[in-house]
Ligand binder design. Structure first.
Ligand code: ASP
Length: 331
């Protein structure tokens, strides 16, 4: 029987009603006691790593999760992390860059309703996560509401209903039907994972609104090493407002600027319109293409944790990791 390590970090799945709202209080052992039939699927050991609402999870916690998995890697066949849904997509992306090519499954799950509630998605999500962790499902994924989503492609797209996550610009790796995993895609992996232990967390995100000027971008670029700008449509910046000078100035001062889109699906293509063309061709800003904002954030933290060399940053940014970017292949 496969041996799986359950790593608890908190979230709604482990929450109980308190005077000030739901708070993550249950331990991993208590979670497990709600799904006794799991012993038919796998053997489980428990680690209570954190007890946090995922709003409070930071990249330093991602590194803590990585250390925990690394320490226990040889002793287990797979890993299940229970996590709040609010920032689970960021953590899944973070783990996808910090643990690359894992032949063993690293599965994140959580729930929209606590495990102790009569109506809850906790039990099915947790059971499905164990099923996937006990299968040949390499790499980092989110298992939620019967879907298996690649760690670099997940986004929380519903704040209340059980169908909380979507896979953006990429198909699900598989689905679970009546407890059976139907695997569509097997992530590539190596013989052993490559672990990383440094991140540069000075990455900021700015959403453009009509009529904006450069002031907010200046503020963020002064204080951070990289700025992701969620612009409109396939991408571009307003010609008024001083954005081009702002981007040029801060890039000359060693900052990384990435353009992405506010549109939910299909990604950026900066070269299409005049308002984006010069940014890409003259200024050399990077663009997200089909990557999610969550993945871009984590990827920049991972890259800038290793290098500040502009060419190296560019090459690493456009090099696919765990199916995070497919189109177009640049070198
Ligand atoms: N606020 C909770 C969290 O992210 C929401 C959830 O888990 O569904 O920890």
């Amino acid at each position: 029987m496969k041996k799986i390590l359950l790593i608890g970090t908190g979230g709604t799945i482990a929450s109980e009603v308190s005077d000030s709202g739901l708070a993550p209080e249950l331990t991993t052992e208590q979670l497990l006691s709600h799904i006794p039939a799991i012993s038919d699927i796998c053997e489980v050991d428990c680690v209570q790593l954190l007890s946090l609402d995922s709003t409070n999870i930071t990249p330093a916690h991602w590194l803590k999760m990585v250390r925990c998995i690394r320490e226990h890697y040889d002793g287990y066949d797979g890993f299940v992390l229970t996590h709040g849904t609010d920032t689970m997509a960021y953590t899944a992306a973070g783990l996808s860059y910090l643990i690359q090519g894992s032949p063993k499954p690293i599965v994140l799950t959580g729930a929209q309703k606590p495990i102790g509630f009569d109506s809850t998605d906790s039990k099915i999500n947790l059971t499905d996560a164990f099923r996937c962790a006990a299968e040949d499902m390499p790499g980092v994924s989110i298992v939620f509401n019967n879907q298996v989503i690649p760690g670099t492609r997940a986004r929380k797209t519903r704040s209340k209903s059980f169908q909380a996550f979507s896979s953006i610009n990429y198909p699900n790796l598989g689905i679970l039907r009546d407890g059976v995993l139907l695997r569509y895609i097997r992530q590539e992996c190596g013989k052993a994972p490559v672990f990383y232990d440094t991140l540069d967390t000075k990455v900021a995100l700015m959403k453009l609104v009509p009529g904006a000027d450069r002031a907010q971008a200046d503020f963020l670029l002064e204080r951070n090493d990289a700025l992701i700008i969620e612009s409109f449509g396939v991408g571009g910046l307003p010609e008024a407002g001083g954005f081009y000078d702002c981007v040029r100035y801060w890039m000359d001062n060693g900052r990384t600027v990435v353009l992405t889109t506010q549109v939910a699906n299909e990604g950026s293509d900066l070269g299409v319109y005049h308002v984006g063309h010069a940014l890409k061709n003259d200024l050399g800003v990077l663009e997200a293409y089909d990557m999610t904002t969550e993945a871009v954030t984590a990827k920049l933290m991972w890259i800038l944790g290793q290098t500040r060399d502009r060419e190296a940053v560019r090459r690493m940014f456009y090099t696919p990791v765990a199916k995070d970017i497919l189109w177009p292949a640049e070198d």
